[in-house]
Design a protein around this ligand. Sequence first.
Ligand SMILES: NC(=O)c1ccc[n+]([C@@H]2O[C@H](COP(=O)([O-])OP(=O)(O)OC[C@H]3O[C@@H](n4cnc5c(N)ncnc54)[C@H](OP(=O)(O)O)[C@@H]3O)[C@@H](O)[C@H]2O)c1
Length: 219
Amino acid sequence: MSQVFIVGGAGQVGRHLSRRLAQGGHRVLALHRKPDQAAALADLGATPVRGDLTGLTVEALAELMAGSDVVVFSAGAGGKGGPELTDAIDGDGFRLALQAAKLAGVPRFLQVSAFPEAGRGRALNERFENYMRIKKATDVELAASDLDWVILRPGTLTDEPGDGRIRAGLAVPYGNISRDNVAATLAALVDQPGVSRRIIELTDGDQSAEEAMQALIRD
Ligand SMILES: NC(=O)c1ccc[n+]([C@@H]2O[C@H](COP(=O)([O-])OP(=O)(O)OC[C@H]3O[C@@H](n4cnc5c(N)ncnc54)[C@H](OP(=O)(O)O)[C@@H]3O)[C@@H](O)[C@H]2O)c1
């Protein structure tokens, strides 16, 4: 049983992950910023933890994370607002979480990043370019850290029901993946700490998330 702290716990991936981890017997702390999100998180089996990435200090966030074995970063501005908001959440919010995890002594850090080919073949606006730039910059910072990290790079997220079946590897063809299947992969990474210091590309597929992670360990 692990204690998992989800930054972005009330997000769509965060909620699927809360449910899956709680069902798997883990203790889940779900960071959320709106009071009315707490009851739904508790219903999923998570412990709701109130906090806003733009208002917390590193010390305060570290205190909330204390005792956790894994931090999952799945927060993001989600295309709302301008580039400043993406900088504040996906960029500075990530950095805050990384520093807090180090201060709190949380060993493992799972980052929900983005597939490098996202947006290929269409004209990209400046907001998306900025999002991809920040995702890459934060991946670089995480990979340079001495934490036990994994960077997941899912394709385009969908709301399809998840069947837990994915295609994951160091390089896979671009495609879609349901948010629930991203959560299934994160849950498998919590259960299989042998996958460490890896960047993983991810789409829907035909292998169970658990088997896919085992295969990565064998590689
Ligand atoms: N869309 C795609 O195709 C795609 C592809 C690859 C990767 N991704 C990444 O996947 C991540 C998860 O996706 P998703 O669908 O679960 O996104 P989501 O539903 O928008 O969840 C993001 C969460 O971040 C939270 N957040 C935003 N600002 C915050 C702040 N200041 N303090 C604390 N939390 C804050 C939001 O809180 P509220 O609930 O209060 O708004 C929300 O719960 C995204 O962030 C994105 O970077 C997306």
